[in-house]
Structures are given as structure tokens and as C-alpha cells.
Write a protein that binds this ligand. Structure first.
Ligand code: SAH
Ligand code: SF4
Length: 357
């Protein structure tokens, strides 16, 4: 019989796995703590379990981390890992530190089926979904690297936030993503606060509210255009779920809880979506739907073979000013880790093509 991988099982599933091998259900609590509070990967070191039990666990279960293929540290301390799973598939993960905290950017799929024109991951098509365990274990690798075990208190955490903004569309892998987020936020283990996790979606409208209800994390929408015509050109998914549907879902999400803010990501593409007219249309759209929102203006990261160019500095500033004058926060995301190509999809493709040489 194949051994069962423990990382990625829900609390109930872990309990069942233990009772299936004849153990008492309360053992699940101890084991959960070893896995997710202490980050232990060696059954031998689980010191409050008897030798006999440790042997039995070893015979039946595994605790796996993805393999680190490469790890790069940028001059600005941004760190990037290329991770490989058991079947050889690879994703990347980035850690972006701030002064006293920082965000780990995790992936949810190998490739992506949404096919946004500006996105390198999208140009790679979907290979497969990641399992809940593969999503959770990415973050665990980051914790291994920074030695953040056992789970520190909120105040002393270096890896304090998670952004689900790596490779893949989270709402196309909803079940596994929800399961993973519920493990990452569980108070007896890794215990990242739900308010410190942001999930970004290209706008799979019918799934937005449900995903947020089941996880309690924050929402970011990749908007990137203020009208359907333009959005469909750069994000073909907009033909399926047009702006009205996406923004209605946002409205519904905010109606449930007035304190929820939504972040709209807006990639600035030279002479495509960066005119002041586009900024005005955006403002009108936000007012029409009565959304409490802030913007995140993203400088476009070019990749070999893409048709777009990043907007010039003056245009970025002018665009941000329009939004700010209308009362919206519109910070321009600082490009981090430039020297290690710490942008979606780039390291993975670079390494893959090197490997093929
Ligand atoms: N699939 C989800 C989450 C992953 S992408 C989504 O699309 O929201 C995370 C963010 O990076 C998205 O806002 C995406 O539009 C943006 N992005 C994609 N390609 C980019 C590029 N070349 N330069 C800068 N940002 C990019
Ligand atoms: Fe997929 Fe997001 Fe890239 Fe679009 S931007 S192709 S949704 S990963």
C-alpha cells in the first residue's frame, strides 16, 4: 500500500488517517502540532510520541516538502525559489520583505488556462492543478529557509503575509485552494491571520463570493482595463465573465461586511490602458458600483516575445494622480527583485529553457 502524504490533509482527514491505522483520534492534535506548529519533517523527532507509534507513522505516512531547484537572493533582499514536486513539475515562489514583516507569494497551478495576453504564465497553458498539500508546502519551504518554526507570534513574524499571486488562477483550483488556505490559517498550526492573506483572481465571477466566504481572506481583482472592449482584448476571460459580473460579485462581497476593501490590480501597459481617459472611466466604474476600493498600479514586467511595453514614468504618475484626486489610494507597486527576474513565470521559463540546452 502506498504511504499517505500528511501535508495537505484537513484536520478531519488526519484524524481519519490515524484511526484507520488503529490510533486514537486525539493523536491527530499532537501530530497536527508537529506538522504545522513545529514544522517537523522527521517522525523520529516527535518526542511526545512513543517509539512504537513513531515507527507506525513512518510505515504509513510521509511528510514531504517540494525540492528546491534554485534559490536566489536579490540585492534588495527579495528571495525567489524554484520548487519541484514529486512528478517533476515546477513552480516558483517569491518572498518580498518589508522592514519588519513580509509577504510570500505562492502559486496555485502549474501554468494557467486563463491566457491573459500580458502574462508569461498564461502563455504556458495549464499543465495541472496543485494539490492542497503542494500549495501549503510552498509556504512551509519559506518558513524552513527563514527558520520560522515553531510558528512565531504575529508581532515577531518575518513571513507575516501571504499573497496568492504566483502562477495560476486560484479560482480554477478552488477546492484545493480553499483547503490549503484553511490549513495555513489554522490557529493550532501555521496560524497566518486570514486578514493577512490576499487572493488575486482574474475574475471568475460566479466563484468569488463563495471562495471568500469559505476562507475569509482578502480579495484582489486583476482589473487591468476600465471597459469590456479593452479588457477582452488583453484578458480573453472577460468574454466569459464581463466586467459587470465581476463587479457585481465584488458588490455582493462588500454588502456582507462593510469593512471589506477590495484591491484592484491595474497593470500599466504603454499606450494600451494607461491614458487619462482610462483613469476617468475607472473612477466612473467604481462610483457606479459603489465599491470601497484601492488600486495597486503594477509596472508591466516585459518578457521575451511579448507585445507590450511598460508605461513611462510620467504616464504612471499622471495616471496615479487622477485616481488619487478622486479619493482612491493608488500606490505604484515598486518593482522588486529585478536582478533575479522575480516576476510571474520568468525564472521557471528561463531555467526550463536552460535545462533543454
Ligand atoms: N491568476 C491570478 C493571480 C496570479 S497573477 C490573477 O491573474 O489575478 C498576479 C498578478 O500579476 C495579476 O494581477 C497579473 O495580472 C499580474 N501580472 C501578470 N503578468 C504580469 C507581468 N508580465 N508584469 C506584471 N504583472 C503581471
Ligand atoms: Fe493566469 Fe493570472 Fe497570468 Fe492571467 S495573469 S494568465 S489569470 S496567472
Amino acid at each position: 500500500m502506498d504511504k499517505i502524504e500528511l501535508i495537505g490533509l484537513s484536520k478531519d482527514e488526519l484524524q481519519k488517517a490515524l484511526t484507520d491505522i488503529g490510533e486514537k483520534p486525539f493523536r491527530a492534535k499532537q501530530l497536527w502540532q508537529w506538522l504545522y506548529y513545529f514544522g517537523e519533517t522527521d517522525f523520529e523527532k516527535m518526542s511526545n510520541l512513543s517509539k512504537v507509534l513513531r515507527e507506525k507513522l513512518k510505515e504509513n505516512f510521509t511528510i514531504t516538502r517540494p525540492k528546491i531547484v534554485t534559490e536566489q537572493l536579490s540585492s534588495d533582499k527579495t528571495r525567489k525559489w524554484l520548487l519541484e514536486f514529486a512528478d517533476g513539475q515546477r513552480v516558483e515562489m517569491v518572498y518580498i520583505p518589508e522592514s519588519d514583516r513580509g509577504a510570500v507569494c505562492i502559486s496555485t497551478q502549474v501554468g494557467c488556462a486563463v491566457g491573459c495576453k500580458f502574462c508569461h504564465t498564461g502563455s504556458q497553458k495549464l499543465t495541472r492543478n496543485l494539490t492542497a498539500g503542494e500549495i501549503v508546502s510552498q509556504f512551509m519551504v519559506a518558513r524552513d529557509t527563514y527558520g520560522e518554526w515553531p510558528s512565531p507570534t504575529n508581532e515577531t513574524r518575518y513571513l507575516s503575509n501571504i499573497v496568492v499571486m504566483g502562477m495560476g488562477e486560484p479560482l480554477h483550483n478552488m477546492e484545493n485552494v480553499i483547503k490549503a488556505l484553511n490549513i495555513l490559517t489554522d490557529g493550532d498550526g501555521i496560524a497566518i491571520s486570514r486578514r493577512r492573506i490576499t487572493m488575486s483572481t482574474s475574475g471568475i465571477a460566479p466563484r468569488i463570493v463563495e471562495a471568500l466566504q469559505k476562507t475569509g481572506v482578502r480579495l484582489a481583482i486583476s482589473l487591468h482595463a476600465p471597459n469590456n472592449e479593452l479588457r477582452s482584448q488583453i484578458m480573453p476571460i472577460n468574454n466569459r465573465y464581463p466586467l459587470e459580473e465581476v463587479l457585481k460579485a465584488c458588490q455582493e462581497y462588500q454588502e456582507e461586511d462593510g469593512s471589506r476593501y477590495i484591491t484592484f490590480e491595474y497593470l500599466l501597459l504603454d499606450k494600451v490602458n494607461d491614458s487619462l481617459d482610462c483613469a476617468h472611466q475607472l473612477i466612473t466604474l467604481m462610483k457606479k458600483y459603489g465599491l470601497r476600493a484601492s488600486f495597486n498600479l503594477i509596472p508591466f514586467n516585459p518578457w521575451p516575445g511579448c507585445a507590450f511595453k511598460p508605461s513611462g514614468n510620467a504616464q504612471v504618475k499622471a495616471f496615479a494622480r487622477e485616481l488619487e484626486n478622486a479619493g482612491f489610494a493608488a500606490p505604484v507597486r515598486v518593482a522588486r527583485g529585478q536582478d533575479i527576474l522575480a516576476a510571474c513565470g520568468q525564472l521557471k521559463s528561463k531555467k526550463d529553457s536552460e535545462d533543454k540546452k
